[in-house]
Design a protein around this ligand. Structure first.
Ligand code: GLU
Length: 461
């Protein structure tokens, strides 16, 4: 069974790069009928916060990526880590190191002076003397001193790390007993049964260390996939200046989760030249072995295009539900579907859609001055009166037909009548099809708005 996980450190909000990693892990688990687990790496008490954990969980909820089982918190697993540290000590695969901070600093300085790579010199590796007094020891793992750590990365291909170049007996538990980062990641992944680790390639240099821990504890080494970072359009690391990096800023800006997930899945993976992927298709088609090994760039226009696509094509019922987040409640409106359909073609995001709806449903408090100047005169008011008269008599609800009859009678162009009606109904000369607006508002409301407009025009004369 494929088991993947997402393992954020709760130091702030969920970054869109993090969401992409989570999405990839999620898709791969779901495609294989496996498990997708969520682990909160909250061992760094100084940098972690509960709010950050909550923010991450809220972002997950918004995206609809459901994880299996309970969330795992590293902060609650201290006993487990201790057990495995003790095990390694007992088996002679790890040892106490009594070097003081001063000694370590001194060693480091000397190595730097000699232009050597700073590393622990192994002086307590085979120590069997009497430990110095008053020093709380750290625990170090016995790392290989020669040879290579190799693994086949699912994205990057064959990876080789020479032990001499990169490894020393690194610390797995600090003097205060707290386990170190690479140790807990490896222990957790192994105990959680994670066999496909998909993560950012900023963790690539941790992997040989984690492999050493796997081997020392006799755990099976998972398959690793290290995915390149997301860059900005200039090819630099994506930062706040390039747009929102916080996942939860996207709903605030009117993006649908369908668009963001579709955008993220394509950022680093592709399937022929397909651009649109429903979540179902992503689950069916995504393959971590096909992840691009070079970094991909964030393209804001593409995201906007996808968002507009989903607004155009998702079922009206779904958008009506989503609009509740924008404080638009139209589920009981008799023309709710027409309302959505008349506006969705022109809405780039949910905020625009919400504004469009408000501009129709809310009675205008004022009328756009420029539009009034351009389209309203005595003749227009007479036409509006005539329109109201016809509408009052109308029985069949064919508003487009009604408009056409008036236009034909006076031999005038569509705008001559449509624009005054638009202004009277919505306060502005931009709106969806006038026939639709009338149908949405209904006969009574339309009559009232036109009348109010005519009255206000006459009052200002
Ligand atoms: N906690 C790490 C991070 O937030 C991820 C660790 C991992 O995926 O192995 O970057």
């Amino acid at each position: 069974m494929v088991v993947t996980r997402f393992a954020p450190s709760p130091t702030g909000y969920l970054h869109i790069g993090g969401l992409r990693t989570a999405l990839y892990s999620y898709l791969w688990a779901r495609q294989n009928g496996g498990k997708f687990l969520l682990r909160i790496e909250d061992t760094d008490e100084k940098r972690n916060s509960l709010e950050a954990t909550k923010a991450i969980e809220a972002a997950f909820k918004w995206c609809g990526l459901d994880y299996d089982g309970e969330v795992i918190y590293q902060s609650q697993r201290k006993e487990i880590y201790k057990k495995y540290i003790d095990k390694l000590l007992e088996e002679g695969k790890a040892y106490y190191c009594y070097m003081s901070k001063e000694e370590l600093d001194h060693l480091r300085q000397k190595q730097l002076e000699n232009k050597e790579r700073p590393k622990y010199d192994g002086r307590y590796r085979d120590f069997d003397g009497t430990p110095p007094e008053g020093i709380l020891p750290a625990v170090r793992i016995k790392a290989p001193t020669k040879g290579e750590i190799c693994f086949e990365d699912g994205v990057k291909g064959q990876m080789k790390f020479r032990a001499e170049d990169i490894l020393d007996d690194f610390i797995i538990a600090r003097a205060d007993g707290t386990p170190t980062y690479n140790f807990v990641v490896a222990v957790d992944d192994a105990l959680m049964g994670v066999n496909h680790v998909i993560r950012g390639d900023d963790h690539l240099s941790n992997t040989p260390k984690q492999i050493i821990i796997y081997e020392a504890l006799g755990f099976k080494i998972p398959k690793f996939f290290h995915i390149p970072m997301i860059l900005n359009e200039e090819g630099k690391k994506l930062s706040k200046r390039d747009g929102a990096t916080n996942v939860m800023d996207y709903p605030k800006m009117g993006y649908l989760k369908e668009a963001l997930l579709n955008f993220l899945v394509r950022l680093g993976w592709s399937h022929k030249d397909q651009e649109i992927f429903s979540l179902r298709e992503m689950i069916e088609l995504f393959n971590p072995y096909e992840i691009n090994s070079s970094a991909s760039a964030f393209n804001a226009q593409k995201l906007d295009w996808l968002n507009a696509h989903y607004i155009k094509t998702l079922p009206a019922k779904y958008l009506i539900e989503e609009l509740k987040k924008e404080d638009i409640f139209i589920e009981n409106h008799p023309e709710k579907e027409l309302l959505i359909d008349s506006l969705r073609q022109r809405s780039k995001n949910m905020i625009e859609l919400a504004m469009g709806i408000k501009s129709i449903l809310d009675e205008p408090k004022e009328y756009d001055e420029k539009a009034v100047k351009k389209f309203i005169n005595e003749e227009a008011i007479l036409l509006l009166e005539e329109f109201n008269g016809e509408l009052l008599r109308d029985e069949d609800g064919d508003y487009d037909g009604l408009l056409k009859r008036i236009l034909a009678k006076h031999e005038i162009g569509f705008g001559k009548l449509a624009q005054p009606i638009r202004i009277a109904l919505t306060g502005s000369s931009v709106s969806p099809s006038v026939g639709d607006v009338i149908a949405i508002l209904g006969k009574k409301e339309t009559l009232k708005r036109v009348e109010n407009f005519n009255k206000s025009f006459k009052e200002t004369k």
